[in-house]
Design a protein around this ligand. Structure first.
Ligand code: SF4
Ligand code: SF4
Ligand code: FES
Length: 502
């Protein structure tokens, strides 16, 4: 460790580490474009200048290793003047289109300009214009004249995806970011360049112009696209007289699971959450009152006691699995997590994406829920209740199962096969804990609200069990803490925890 003085305040930092990293860790604001913790330094933007005692000129903090006793100034007239000059240069050819730019509200250039910009224009020659609205691949649009040439996007495709679709073309003020001919930016992680771009040069085709970012409310969740369970933010907004809608998913930094990035499939999977929000229950294909339908399910369980199969999705949360298990014990039912639909051997790669598309298969194992093929074990079953999954194919062949019930967020594909359909809230509207493929336990906090009458699975089960445990905390206290002894519910509220280490 080393002790240094920053703006007259003593702080203890890691000796030899990059100055910018330690300053940012300590909450000291250092403007920067080209440095990014996942991509490292590049030293091209010069925005991170600081004064270091003993050095004649200001130095860039992203390429300065820390030494014991350094005295640093990040504020003051001298350093402001340097930043102002750098910003003036960045803005010489920058268009004045902040009011129509999709990055407004989360643009570093706009923020720095408001802090230290030189507000008078000293330019007497016309601006050099770049091309706007260039389609560079499946999900991203490029505006060349908004670019500050920080090369984060180029380094992402070079160092992270190693697909190298982007480069800097031409020289001086004709330099622009571009894809190479015939190589669109269509790799499975392409949309991360939108988050990396500090300005509005790279925007998402899907999100741009749909919502101003200051209206959005971020909720901490985990992606349910595959068993990696990447940490995400769910950016949602409830407009007057409308349901709360999700506008985008963004990566949430998690050094144990996904770092700073997520895949495009996971990022765009929010659409399913907005679409599959059923609120109408059905009995034999006809609409029914929600309460009546859930009462009917209770009566069915009582009538078929001992001859029931609960077929659950391996993507339910630990809390939900624990409660269904309790329900299966109460009604003498068989409980199975058998599910072949949740595998796609073409999906995975050697970075984040996994072939197992379920979010909590390890949860099934932890709670000792059988996931082997159903085979003859369902011969005496009269009532099958599918929870969180709509794959009727699995039980279609068992003719003796006379009553089939579906509890799921979206309307069944095979409407008339189910005797009863009860909607439940979607993934981002239900809180819960999940164990990812590598054994990390995380808690998804998002509970986006919609259709008041639709209940969460925990609420539905509490009615069927006739008990009051509907919150995750109550279920942890009641049953999960007996199995997961060394991890407290409060721990996973803060960060993911590796199960094997505990
Ligand atoms: S497009 Fe964005 S990320 Fe890429 S170099 Fe320009 S400003 Fe940087
Ligand atoms: S890798 Fe899996 S969990 Fe991560 S964002 Fe993609 S689909 Fe979601
Ligand atoms: S962040 Fe240091 S030079 Fe760009």
């Amino acid at each position: 460790m080393a002790t240094i003085i920053v703006d007259n305040k003593e702080i203890t930092v890691e000796n030899g580490a990059l100055l910018i990293e330690e300053l940012l860790k300590n909450g000291i604001e250092i403007p920067h474009f080209c440095y990014h913790p996942a991509l490292g330094k590049d030293g091209n933007c010069r925005m991170c200048m600081v004064e270091i005692e003993g050095k004649k000129r200001p130095q860039i903090a992203c390429d300065t290793p820390i030494t014991e006793g350094m005295i640093i100034r990040t504020k003051g007239e001298k350093i402001q003047k340097v930043k102002r000059q750098i910003l003036e240069m960045e803005l010489i050819n920058h268009p004045i289109d902040c009011p129509i730019c999709d990055q407004a509200g989360e643009c570093s250039l706009q923020n720095y300009y408001m802090d230290v910009g030189l507000y008078e224009n000293r330019l007497s020659t016309p601006k050099t214009h770049g091309k706007k609205n260039i389609d560079i691949g499946a999900n991203v649009v490029l505006d060349q004249e908004r670019c500050v040439l920080c090369t984060r996007c180029v380094r992402f495709t070079k160092d992270i995806t190693k697909t190298k679709e982007l480069g800097v073309l031409n020289r001086t003020d004709h330099s622009v970011i571009s894809i190479f001919p015939g190589r669109p930016l269509s790799n499975p992680y392409a949309m991360n360049v939108v988050d990396l771009c500090p300005v509005g040069a790279l925007t998402s085709k899907d999100f741009r112009f749909h919502k101003r970012v200051w209206f959005l409310e971020p909720a901490e969740a985990i992606c349910n696209g595959c068993s990696k369970g990447c940490s995400i933010y769910v950016d949602h907004h409830k407009a007057k007289y409308e349901d709360d809608s999700i506008f985008r998913y963004r990566p949430r930094f998690n050094d144990q699971i996904n770092g700073y990035f997520i895949c495009d499939v996971g990022r765009l999977s929010y659409k399913v959450e907005n679409k599959n929000r059923e609120s109408v229950a059905k009995i034999r294909g006809k609409e029914s009152e929600y309460e009546y339908a859930s009462g009917k399910l209770l009566r069915l369980l009582k009538r078929h006691q001992g001859k029931i199969l609960f077929l659950i999705s391996p993507s339910l949360s630990l809390e939900e699995m624990a409660q269904v298990k309790k329900l299966s014990i109460k009604y003498g039912a068989k409980l199975s997590g058998y599910d072949i639909c949740e595998y796609d051997k073409t999906f995975g790669d050697d970075y984040l994406k996994c072939n197992d598309l379920s979010t909590n298969r390890r949860g099934l194992n932890l709670l000792d829920i059988d996931e082997s093929e159903l085979g003859e074990s369902v011969e005496n079953i009269d009532l099958a209740v599918l929870i969180g999954r709509d794959d009727i194919e699995t039980i279609k062949n068992y003719e003796q199962i006379e009553v089939k019930v579906l509890v799921h967020p979206s309307m069944p594909k095979d409407n008339d096969i189910y005797n009863l359909y009860l909607p439940m809230l979607t993934h981002t509207s239900r809180q819960g804990s999940f164990i990812n493929i590598d054994g990390y336990l995380q808690f998804s906090k998002s509970n986006v609200e919609y259709a008041k009458e639709t209940q969460s699975l925990l609420q539905i089960i509490s009615i069927l069990l006739n008990d009051n445990a509907t919150t995750c905390k109550e279920i942890w206290d009641e049953s999960l803490n007996k199995i997961i002894k060394n991890i407290h519910f409060e721990d996973i509220q803060k960060r993911s925890v590796k199960m094997d280490e505990s």
